[in-house]
Design a protein around this ligand. Structure first.
Ligand code: SF4
Length: 313
């Protein structure tokens, strides 16, 4: 395979730098992410910046696969790891504070939660999902210290660099706010999340977001497809015909275009969405995740391109 795949950071047919490839090199094999809920909320839910949350966000704040926060971190970890063990025997785990905004609490509380997670058997690292406007200098200092002791990744939702889109989806922060938090975490592994298909965005706007991300040269990137989930504000807008979702071919072509301009050494943690299946209203083609991933692989082969081929340093 390697002989016909020109992409440097791959030992399969993948023409982009997969998270699996990264983990294999860093930890000698797969590590499973154990989703946890630290009992956080978000500034655009609790009224400090807004209410209602991002229009696309589910009731559990992207924590649809976690246990509930009334359980201790140790208990949540145990339940989730036992579930994972039935399917995939593994000895290495990354504790993932996935639900809501994982740094939206005083640093002392973060310390308690993160240290408890790190003390679990088999945990080799920590991932924390948050927003750029919820990183304070004090939090950043603690996270920098933590990243010297463990494999830490801070996942920062950007979604789009366009402030008019951020307003439309009730994100309650600007691109400049994102950058302030992002820059404070210099020296820590940062994973930027972007979403393709947001209401009001065309291909140029989504490419603009990708170009800005490429300039930032993050260690990790997750590319999501907008999912319309039952019970969200976005679902109402969709049902009212206020916007349409992307077609599969349009999405796969766009992702290939975005991969081509990314730095080749940015690890791609995700190239499509992975929401709660029962709650998905549209686009239903995204339920066949492996088909989407295969289409992206095939398109890159058809073009004869790969991640970073057009990266402009
Ligand atoms: S910041 Fe994240 S968890 Fe909070 S409402 Fe927005 S998407 Fe949901």
């Amino acid at each position: 395979m390697k002989t016909i795949n020109p992409f440097e950071f791959s030992d399969t047919n993948k023409r982009y730098y997969t998270y699996d490839y990264y983990l294999k090199r860093r930890f000698g094999g797969k590590c499973f992410k154990v989703p946890l809920d630290g009992g956080f909320t978000c500034p655009n839910r609790d009224g400090s910046k807004g209410t209602g949350g991002c229009t696309y966000c589910s009731e559990r704040g992207s924590g649809d696969f976690t246990c509930t926060p009334d359980m201790s971190i140790t208990k949540q970890f145990e339940i989730c790891r036992n579930g994972l063990l039935k399917k995939w025997p593994s000895e290495k785990y990354i504790a993932y504070f996935q639900a809501f905004t994982g740094t939206y609490a005083p640093t002392e509380r973060l310390r308690e939660l993160f240290e408890e997670a790190l003390s679990q058997k088999g945990v080799v690292g920590l991932s924390v999902a948050t927003r750029g406007d919820c990183v304070t200098p004090e939090t950043a200092k603690y996270l920098k210290e933590l990243s010297k002791r463990t494999f830490l990744t801070v996942e920062l939702g950007l979604q789009s660099v366009h402030d008019e889109t951020a307003k439309r989806i009730n994100r309650c922060h600007t691109y400049a706010d994102f950058l302030t938090g992002y820059n404070m975490l210099d020296g820590v592994n940062r994973c930027i999340h972007i979403i393709n298909g947001l209401p009001g965005e065309n291909r140029e706007m989504m490419m603009q977001t990708a170009k800005e991300v490429a300039k930032l040269h993050p260690e990790f990137l997750k590319i999501h497809l907008l999912h319309v989930l039952r019970g969200t504000a976005l679902a109402k807008q969709y049902e009212n015909g206020e916007f349409d979702v992307m077609a599969r071919e349009e999405y796969t072509n766009l992702v290939c275009d975005q991969l081509e301009i990314m730095p080749p050494d940015t690890v791609i943690g995700r190239i499509t969405g992975d929401g709660a299946k029962d709650a998905l209203i549209a686009p239903l083609w995204s339920l066949k995740k492996f088909v989407v991933m295969n289409e992206i692989d095939k398109e890159l082969v058809r073009r004869g391109t790969y991640q970073g081929i057009y990266y402009d340093k």
